[in-house]
Structure formats: C-alpha cells, structure tokens
Design a protein around this ligand. Structure first.
Ligand code: IYR
Length: 222
C-alpha cells in the first residue's frame, strides 16, 4: 500500500431502479448529440466553457499527470488565422492526401476543404496533448497513456458542452502543427483536436446516419 494521504470515497449510490432509469436517461440524452458543421454567431458566455473545461479536467488519466492543455479561442483574428491555416491543410487533404477510399467514406458527411465554422462559431477549443510534465525544479517527467487520457478528456468535454445545450464539432485538420504556431504553444505539446462549440445555425442540417446496434458493438458473457 501507499503512504500517500487517503480520504474516504464520496460516492452517491443508487437503487436498482434509479440506476436503470439514470442509465436510460443518459443514453436518451447523449444520443441526441450530433456533429454540427453549420454554426450561428450567437455568443456563448465564457463561464459555460470554463465549466465544461473543468469537467474535462476530471477525466481519468495516466498517473494523474493530466496531460492536456486547452486553448479556448473566441478572438476573431485568431479564429481567422486558424481557419485560413486549416483550410490550406484541408485543401491538400481533399485534393491529394485523402485517397479514393477515404473520400468515399467521407461522402455521406458532405465535407470539403471549406471550414467557415472555424470563424462563425463563438468558441474553438484547441486541445493539446502533453507528452511530458515538468516538476518544480523544471525536470522533465514522462507522461503516461497520453492519447488515451486526452481522448477521454475530449469525450467528457464534448458531453459537458452537449448537456449544457451547445452544439459541437470534433475537428481534426491534419497535420495540426500550425496550431502550435498560431497559438504560440511549445513544441513538446501536440495539437490533438479542435472542438468547435456554439449554437447551431438556424436551419442547420445533419446527414442521416445510423448508429450500430448493441449486438453489433457488444456481446455479453455472463
Ligand atoms: N479533417 C477533414 C476530413 C474528415 C475526416 C474524417 I475521418 C471525418 O469524420 C470528417 C472529416 C475535415 O474536417 O474535413
């Protein structure tokens, strides 16, 4: 066992009925989330984003190194720079890098290199992955399971934003190195994802797609 200080777990249990009702209600809620590509310019107050980021920061992660850093961008000039750089990368992706199979997979989504939402949406949350931490003396420490940890934090973030009543898009321009430059982040941080957040535009549409059934994604061995 460890010498590290411990405290009693604070855990609110539920009855069987409450548990099933809560599990169902959560599913009903999260299944209404859709990736939105058509945003309104309607502002979202910073405190909403702050709380969603606090929720993201509670994610389980390797050795509690919390290997993430979030830059929440609302500033118009920065959003424009991000859009311009992302569209340059995306153009190269759609014209050269993607290949036929990938383009076919994307066809139902109707995406192309144009990313106007990067300027229209009130918030772009740029998520960085930190391969290393630094202790009080500035010594470099390895972080662990960084991709898993940051992925989970992004899941929390998207879910927090959704339940707050916001639309999101997980955007992954590739390569994302330009984000370090535009946002002045150190070279040992890797841009992981851009989460676009705001209100959907009036009349926004989303592709008709379906989710796999439980039988397709899971099995039980009891
Ligand atoms: N990053 C590109 C392409 C793209 C890739 C996947 I996989 C998607 O699910 C959606 C888009 C873009 O943002 O257009």
């Amino acid at each position: 066992m460890t010498d590290h200080p411990q405290q009693s777990l604070v855990f609110e249990g539920k009855s069987q009925e409450e548990m099933l009702a809560a599990a169902r209600a959560f599913y009903e809620e999260v299944k209404t989330r859709r990736s939105v590509r058509d945003f309104s310019a309607k502002p979202v107050e910073r405190a909403v984003i702050e709380n969603a980021l606090l929720a993201a920061g509670t994610a389980p992660n390797g050795a509690n190194r919390q290997p993430w850093y979030f830059v929440a961008v609302a500033e118009n000039d920065l959003k424009r720079k991000i859009r311009e750089a992302a569209e340059r990368e995306e153009r190269a992706f759609y014209e050269h890098r993607a290949g036929k199979e990938w383009l076919e997979a994307l066809a139902p989504l109707g995406t192309d290199h144009r990313k106007p939402f990067l300027e229209t949406a009130p918030w772009l949350i740029v998520v960085f992955l930190r391969k290393f931490s630094y202790d009080d003396q500035g010594r470099k420490l390895k972080n662990y399971y960084t991709a898993e940890s940051v992925g989970i934090a992004c899941g929390f973030l998207i879910t927090a934003l959704h339940q707050a009543g916001l639309a999101t898009l997980t955007h992954t321009p590739s390569p994302m190195k330009f984000l370090n430059e535009v946002l002045d982040r150190p070279g040992d941080e890797r841009a992981y994802m851009v989460i676009v957040a705001g209100h959907p535009a009036d009349g926004a549409t989303v592709p008709i797609i379906d989710k796999k059934s439980l039988e397709e994604i899971a099995e039980f061995r009891e």
